[in-house]
Write a protein that binds this ligand. Structure first.
Ligand code: HEM
Length: 480
């Protein structure tokens, strides 16, 4: 038999086998579905029920018009807490029901992140704690988690140095300032020092050009990864040279930083029991593979470069529209001295903590009862929308109003997940919360009033991978 014939026979067998097996698989699923008394969730209306191209195009349109999250919330209000759609013909079940969330966040062997994240983000951050499942994730998690706690205890002073530089850049003449780019720089400097051992020094006047280029490339590539997640296997449709150039630059720059960090390893030997916890140095003990190190460190930058800055900007966006809140914060921080600002002391500032909870991801959500289970097929996408979860009216009657006092009464479990949950919850939760609360308190110790300067009162979303305020937080800070 010729080679051509062999190939044709092969193709024929594969097609025949899949036709034969499809009804079998379907039957197995429908049997299992019946056994569990499953029912299909509502399907969102679509003019293309096979390929769902209208759903995909609508997603891109909503992203461009800065209303993707708002539209998601509208879908929840129209279809309920769980519904399905078919972008590119792939069955996607979206849910915000706390019982479903508990299962999804806890059972990480069944609900992996790699099928969605690994392919989309590989050109930028390779494989690591954020993008992968299985042993790649488990090894990285085991190595990284203790570093966060040790670092938090040992090196709190480092953060206060960056905050002092940040405070120097705030106007003292009651003029308008957009806090967003300044928060971005603060968090970039703090997180780069923790990750590489040397800060990118973006708060200094002479912000090095290559650090600046790294930052720009990182933001651009992050947006590209967001688009690639939506496109899935159709990512070849994203013809964007700048995305690939940005990824190339980011990786090259990180390799150089790793070499420098390794060069500085000796200087970081503990002096009198004092040790600085630097992630790159911890990694050197775990692996000698430079590309694996590059992947792990970039995964960390991906997760931590701007998340606390986004939280701080949201806090000030809300405070600027709520003068009462600032008065109460000032009342609570009255009399505090710099040396009081320890992790434990900051945890006792109940009102300040409530403000952060309320603003980081506004109010909270809750579940509808009595719905049937949903049967999931292998390969289905399961999508969780934390924005909609935290705005569900069932748990709290006025979810869109900024009201930190609600946290005096609310106890949450799987209804409030700003740091995720289960085995993959954010390992930097304590550190990031400390950075946010510390910065807020330091500003409140200097300024007696925060006035809004933004003519737009509504929050307009800017969805990159995180959601941030499109207009930042434009305020006047009035010196006490
Ligand atoms: C207010 C700031 C922050 C928020 C709200 C936040 C939130 C989250 C959330 C929701 C997740 C789970 C994501 C998912 O798997 O879908 C996560 C994971 C993660 N975060 Fe954070 N994060 C913050 C700051 C940071 C910082 C500063 C770092 C590092 C310096 C960091 C490192 C990580 C890592 C490595 C993961 C992946 C954990 C894993 O998959 O095992 N985060 N974070």
């Amino acid at each position: 038999m010729t080679m051509q014939r062999l190939v044709l026979v092969g193709i024929f067998i594969v097609i025949f086998w899949s036709i034969l097996n499809k009804p079998k698989a379907k039957r197995a699923f429908s049997k299992a579905s019946k056994r569990h008394q499953c029912a299909e969730p509502a399907a969102i209306s679509s003019s293309d029920p096979i390929f769902g191209l209208d759903t995909v195009l609508q997603t891109f349109r909503e992203l461009k018009e800065h209303r993707r999250m708002k539209s998601n919330l509208e879908l929840v209000r129209r279809y309920g807490h769980t519904y399905r759609s078919f972008p590119f013909g792939r069955r996607t079940v979206s849910t915000i029901h706390p019982r479903n969330l508990q299962m999804i966040f806890t059972d990480i062997d069944t609900f992996g992140v790699a099928p969605l994240r690994e392919r989309a983000s590989e050109p930028m951050i390779g494989r690591g704690i954020v993008s992968s499942d299985g042993t790649v994730w488990a090894d990285a998690r085991t190595m990284i988690k203790p570093t966060f706690n040790k670092y938090l205890i040992a090196d709190r002073k480092m953060f206060s140095t960056h905050v002092e530089k940040f405070l120097q850049l705030l106007p003292r003449d009651n003029s308008e300032v957009n806090l967003q780019p300044l928060f971005d720089r603060l968090i970039l400097d703090a997180s780069s020092e923790f990750i590489f051992g040397e800060s990118f020094n973006s708060l200094e006047r002479d912000f090095p050009e290559d650090s600046q280029k790294f930052l720009e490339s990182f933001s651009y590539a992050q947006q590209g990864v967001g688009k690639r997640v939506i496109l899935g296997k159709m990512d070849f449709l994203m013809l964007d040279r700048r995305f690939w150039d940005s990824c190339g630059f980011i990786r090259e720059y990180t390799r150089k930083r790793i070499e420098r960090a390794i060069g500085n390893l000796k200087e970081n030997e503990p002096h009198a029991g004092q040790k600085r916890y630097i992630l790159a140095h911890e990694l050197v003990h775990a692996t000698s593979d430079r590309e694996a190190m590059c992947d792990q460190l970039l995964n960390m930058v991906f997760a931590g470069r701007d998340t606390p800055a986004v939280a701080l900007t949201s806090v000030f966006f809300c405070i600027a529209r709520s003068p009462q809140t600032w008065k109460k914060i000032r009342e609570e921080v009255k009399g505090l001295r710099d040396e009081d600002l320890t992790l434990d002391r900051l945890k006792t500032l109940r009102y300040v903590q409530n403000v952060v909870k309320e603003a980081v991801v506004l109010p909270i959500g809750g579940g509808h009862n009595g719905s049937n289970p949903v049967y999931l097929h292998p390969g289905d996408s399961v999508s969780i929308n934390i924005y909609s979860l935290h705005r569900s009216e069932v748990y709290s009657p006025d979810p869109e109003i900024f009201r930190p006092e609600r946290w005096d009464k609310i106890q949450t479990t799987w209804e409030y997940l700003p740091f995720g949950g289960g085995p993959r919850h954010c390992p930097a939760q304590q550190l990031a919360s400390f950075w946010v609360v510390y910065t807020l308190v330091k500003i409140a110790m200097v300024y007696q009033e925060v006035q809004n300067c933004d003519p737009e009162m509504e929050f307009i979303e800017n969805l990159k991978l995180n959601m941030e305020s499109l207009n930042g937080a434009r305020v006047k800070l009035i010196v006490a």
